[in-house]
Design a protein around this ligand. Structure first.
Ligand code: ADP
Ligand code: MG
Length: 441
């Protein structure tokens, strides 16, 4: 690990500086899994910065490095010019779901954050009450977590972070576990408090996979690409608060971010092996075949007629961008659709699919899986060759783990099993952990 401390004078408003940070984790076979590569990022006082990227792109890993909970494999992570080693004072974090202690009241849960700082009892109480009041939990001081709704519980999470009067607040998908309306209310409340200058911190770094959330809240959005995670582009949002989702400038920004993200998302299609992301080592997302068919049908029908703008499609299908990307990418992989500049276009094969009955759909899907998904073609040919027409899954899992983390190998196998089952290419017996031909003759 290198830790060269910069000798150039540091601008006083520069709170966090991440310089050339990479992070690798060891894979099952001993190789390196590169999660972050050469990430640069600065957070200055007075701004809300968004880190926008898809699941698995390394956002939480980067946040943990900033929070001092993990360290870079190379590069520097600085807080006010000093290398971060251990959780810096002045930094607080809000997680997706805040682990509240069920046996403590709201007040006690919030006070807890101050005990570790050695704040005396009187001050703990008054600061906790102030934070509870600020975040809109007035009157619930003595309630227990189980008596609160999800949104209120997350408010306790915010109060617990605010009570330490942090200089910078890190938020890791803080609204993503909440229902749409609750999330929107809490988001708006936080932004209102921020704009009114009533929050103690000077800056916020928020991690999200929700494009609209990023545009709604942030002054600057860093778009993260995956495999390995790096910052692909930076987008400034200069709209005044409160922002209106229907404002044409807002829509245009959302649109252009979709375009950025789909441009990076185009999977490589060369069947070379050895390069992660292609061939047998391709990471698959276990999207459901029902949803694939549903999306193809929606795309073929009114008002899209084979071509749709992704934000509009997401809105119409009530899907999150992340979910839609996974589906769209899979359709692109099997050549039923194409992603281009934020639009999804039906291919001829995709169009044909929508016109077929169930059995013919399965056949066409099977044909495309065998042609375009190398791992499925591999499993099928192994099963065909073996006299028993069976094969243990561990063999293929190991092969996948040469290219990807165990988590990704799990997801990829889940996708393989679900798709092959629908296409009637082969079956999987979970108890025996064996693949077998569906109908061996
Ligand atoms: P995000 O927050 O963007 O969804 P993460 O930072 O959680 O992404 O994870 C990025 C990748 O790093 C994933 O492939 C994950 O499996 C891997 N990863 C994260 N933490 C570890 C760890 N401690 N050991 C091994 N792999 C890890
Ligand atoms: Mg995460």
């Amino acid at each position: 690990m290198t830790m060269t401390v910069s000798t150039t004078p540091i601008a006083t408003d520069e709170l966090i500086a991440i310089k050339g940070v990479s992070r690798v984790f060891p894979k099952a076979n001993g190789d390196d899994l590169r999660v972050l590569e050469d990430v640069d990022l600065t957070i200055r006082s007075g701004e809300i910065v968004g880190l926008l990227g898809r699941s698995g792109s390394g956002k939480s890993t980067l946040l943990r490095i900033i929070a001092g909970l993990s360290s870079p494999s190379s590069g520097d992570a600085l807080y006010r010019g000093k290398p971060i080693s251990g959780p810096p004072k002045g930094l607080a974090m809000v997680f997706q779901s805040f682990a509240l202690f069920p046996w403590l009241t709201v007040l006690q849960n919030v006070e807890l954050g101050l005990e570790a700082l050695g704040v005396d009892a009187d001050e703990r109480r008054s600061r906790a009450l102030a934070a509870i009041d600020l975040i809109g939990l007035d009157g619930f001081e003595n309630a227990y977590p189980k008596e609160l709704s999800g949104g209120m519980r997350q408010r306790v999470g915010f109060a617990r972070a605010l009570v330490v009067h942090p200089e910078i607040m890190l938020m890791d998908e803080p609204f993503s576990a909440l229902d749409v309306l609750t999330a929107e209310t809490l988001r708006t409340d936080i932004i209102d408090l921020w704009v009114e200058g009533r929050l103690p911190m000077q800056s916020v770094l928020i991690v999200t996979h929700n494009i609209e959330e990023a545009v709604l809240m942030c002054d600057r959005i860093l778009v993260f690409s995956s495999n390995p995670g790096r910052i692909a582009s930076e987008i400034k949002v200069e709209l005044p608060h409160p922002r209106n989702r229907l404002d044409p400038t807002f829509r245009k920004l959302v649109d252009s971010i979709y375009a950025h993200m789909t441009r990076r998302a185009e999977p490589k299609t060369t069947a070379e092996t050895g390069i992660p992301g292609t061939g047998v080592g391709m990471v698959l997302n276990p999207v459901s075949t029902n949803e694939m068919a549903g999306l193809l049908e929606a795309l073929a029908a009114e008002p899209f007629h084979g071509r749709a703008d992704l934000p509009i499609l997401a809105d119409r299908l009530q899907m999150e961008a992340d979910e839609l990307f996974h589906l769209a990418e899979t359709l692109q992989l099997i050549r039923f659709a194409n992603l281009s500049e934020g639009d999804l276009l039906l291919t001829d094969a995709g169009k044909t699919f929508t016109g077929l009955g169930t059995d013919d759909r399965k056949k066409l899907f099977a044909q495309h899986l065998l042609t375009y998904v190398p791992i499925i073609e591999l499993i099928r040919s192994v099963l065909d060759e073996r006299p028993s027409h069976t094969a243990p899954s561990v063999r293929f899992r190991q092969q996948l783990e040469d290219y990807m983390s165990e988590d990704y190998a799990d997801e990829t196998l889940k996708a393989v099993v679900a798709w092959a089952r629908y296409a009637e290419l082969f079956a999987f017996d979970e108890n025996a952990d064996m693949f077998s031909l569906e109908n061996p003759e």
